[in-house]
Design a protein. Structure first.
Length: 190
């Protein structure tokens, strides 16, 4: 008899006889799969002595799956913590130094009398500003979690994506600086 579920493929259970199936899971509501053990056509039916071993194997498989998920969760948490640390370092170190350098160059530019040199300094300041924008976007990208891009917030509005990223990055940085310099005891914004 052809198995209608599998269409035109050859029958998958051809030549199999008695079988026993045991759920993989920790309870009736947490079934992750099934262990199926089958004998060849004409083989003996599985006894009550054999099925407890299969249940034990299924329980061990369920524990292994659970441990693998917990390990994967721990790895994901470590990655997210690392992203947050990198974002904080970029904001606290790189952006602040670039901003200070740009401010210093702007101040020094007022004392430059040669127009070509003054123009060069202004171009460098513009380049630093652009670099800061790129780093802010990278920081925002590091902090976006799976599924967050479709959620609410500034990126879900009609504001262009690039502008929204810059606005959010600037707000996060500003609020973090305010909290740090005010010696606030509440939560940080980093």
């Amino acid at each position: 008899m052809r198995d209608q579920v599998f269409g035109k493929e050859p029958p998958r259970f051809e030549g199999l006889g008695p079988a026993v199936a045991v759920p993989i899971g920790t309870g009736a509501t947490d079934v992750r799969g099934v262990v199926l053990l089958a004998r060849g056509t004409g083989g003996p039916v599985f006894s009550d002595r054999e099925t407890p071993m299969l249940r034990g194997f299924a329980a061990q498989a369920a524990i292994a799956l659970e441990l693998a998920e917990r390990w994967q969760d721990a790895e994901q948490i470590a990655v997210l913590k690392d992203r947050d640390r990198i974002a904080r370092d970029l904001r606290d170190l790189a952006i602040q130094r670039l901003f200070a350098t740009g401010t210093t160059l702007q101040s020094a530019g007022r004392f430059i009398t040669c127009p070509e040199a003054s123009e060069r300094v202004l171009r460098v300041v513009d380049d630093l500003d652009e670099t800061i924008k790129i780093i802010r976007s990278a920081i925002f990208g590091l902090r976006v979690r799976d599924g967050d891009a479709t959620g609410g917030g500034l990126r879900a509005t009609d504001v262009p994506r690039e502008t929204a990223g810059h606005v959010v990055a600037v707000l996060v940085e500003a609020l973090s600086d305010v909290a740090r310099h005010a010696h606030a005891d509440g939560p940080t914004w980093s």
